[in-house]
Structure formats: structure tokens, C-alpha cells
Design a protein around this ligand. Structure first.
Ligand code: GDP
Ligand code: MG
Length: 203
């Protein structure tokens, strides 16, 4: 078989949005509830088979902390792909993601493939359930004592702060791939890396 095509990929995003967890899920199919923060950057590789090519993703998982920001260009320089991650339960993390996208558009390869990824999908209440309907159900279940604000929250007590449609609209406008994921359950994780791989210009 032919030698795999090496692809340099970088993960960027605010601290604690789940960058390392996404990579760990993708590479080892594992999840750690209290993942220790990345210092500097971590390097992992994973092969991805496309229809007519084998790719070796060389993944640079960067630290999100501001004090490491000046190192970021080392990791996105010459990168063919970037996964910019935010946490759907933290609106501020989308702002940070947008800042990374802007920096990539200015400083990285002009043909870099960028995916915007909203992580921690497992934390939000079931999609498709109307808050009003859920409120009524909860109200009934508790004998009328339920507080409206508790029903929109996920079991772990966190609510979605970034609507998928809002992030998707931004991603489309900027020409980015857009996916929502959970590193915890694995939802959307393989798809993220595969979609990015498919969009690469391998010629
Ligand atoms: P990073 O700083 O962006 O690399 O974030 P980490 O991967 O270190 O994750 C930060 C924290 O969020 C850790 O406690 C993870 O266990 C947790 N975490 C990461 N991804 C998810 C997810 O998809 N769902 C949930 N519930 N927690 C997550
Ligand atoms: Mg990390």
C-alpha cells in the first residue's frame, strides 16, 4: 500500500472547551472526566482512510490559555487543517473561537480547511423538546412547584448558550465546516475529522 499522506492539523480554542478530549476520543476512543490541562501543546497522530487515499493526521493539540497564545503560530503555520473548538454551554468560548478563525484567516495557509466545532453536546437538555412543553411536564410532575428556570437545564445543570443555527450561520458565512460534538459520548467526533479530511485538497 502507498505511504499515507501526512496532514498537519491544529486544534485551537479557549481553555477547557474539550480540545484534548476530542483528540483523545478520536485517537484512543477514550474519555476522562477530569482531564488535566494541556501545557504548551500535545502531538498525536491518527490514520484516516478516505475512498482513494490513506491520510496520517498529525494533530497538534494546543493549550488554550492566553499565556500560550504567542506559541500558536508555530502550530498553525503550514497546517493544512484547523479544528476550532468552543463549548456550547459557554457563549464566551464562541467569541474566542471567532478570534482564532480570524487569526487563521490572516496568518495561516490561504487554503487551510477550518472546522468550527461546538463541543459538550451531552450537557444540554434533549434537543427537540419545546421548553414550554418541558416546563408544563415538569410542573405537573412536581405538583405545580417547578421553577421555570430549572427545566431548560441539562441534568448536570448547564444550559445551552450557543444555538446551533447561530454558529452554523457564522460558519457558512466564513466558509467553515460546522459540527457539534460530544467528546464524552463520541457523538460527531469521527465525523469531524473525516469531514475535514474529505475537504482537503490532496493534489
Ligand atoms: P481543553 O483545555 O480544551 O483541552 O479541554 P479538555 O479536553 O482538557 O477538557 C476540559 C474539561 O471538560 C475536562 O474536565 C473534560 O473532561 C471536560 N469535557 C471535555 N469534553 C467534554 C464533553 O464533550 N462533554 C462533557 N460533559 N465534558 C467534556
Ligand atoms: Mg487541552
Amino acid at each position: 500500500p502507498a505511504k499515507p499522506i501526512q496532514i498537519k492539523m491544529v486544534l485551537l480554542g479557549e481553555s477547557a472547551v474539550g480540545k484534548s478530549s476530542l483528540v483523545l476520543r478520536f485517537v484512543n476512543d477514550e474519555f476522562q472526566d477530569n482531564k488535566e490541562p494541556t501545557i504548551g501543546a500535545a502531538f498525536l497522530t491518527q490514520k484516516v482512510r478516505l475512498d482513494d487515499a490513506m491520510l496520517k493526521l498529525e494533530i497538534w493539540d494546543t493549550a488554550g490559555q492566553e499565556r500560550f497564545h504567542s506559541l500558536a503560530p508555530m502550530y498553525y503555520r503550514n497546517a493544512q487543517a484547523a479544528v476550532v473548538v468552543y463549548d456550547i454551554t459557554r457563549a464566551s468560548s464562541l467569541d474566542k473561537a471567532k478570534a482564532w478563525v480570524k487569526e487563521l484567516q490572516r496568518q495561516a495557509n490561504t487554503n487551510i480547511v477550518i472546522a468550527l466545532v461546538g463541543n459538550k453536546l451531552d450537557l444540554v437538555a434533549e434537543e427537540g423538546v419545546e421548553p414550554a412543553a418541558a416546563a408544563a411536564a415538569a410542573d405537573e410532575a412536581s405538583g405545580g412547584e417547578a421553577e421555570a428556570e430549572t427545566v431548560a437545564e441539562a441534568p448536570e445543570g448547564r444550559a445551552r448558550q450557543v444555538q446551533a443555527e447561530v454558529a452554523r450561520a457564522y460558519a457558512e458565512e466564513q466558509g467553515l465546516l460546522f459540527l457539534e460534538t460530544s467528546a464524552k459520548t463520541g457523538q460527531g467526533v469521527v465525523e469531524t475529522f473525516t469531514e475535514v479530511a474529505k475537504k482537503l485538497d490532496l493534489a
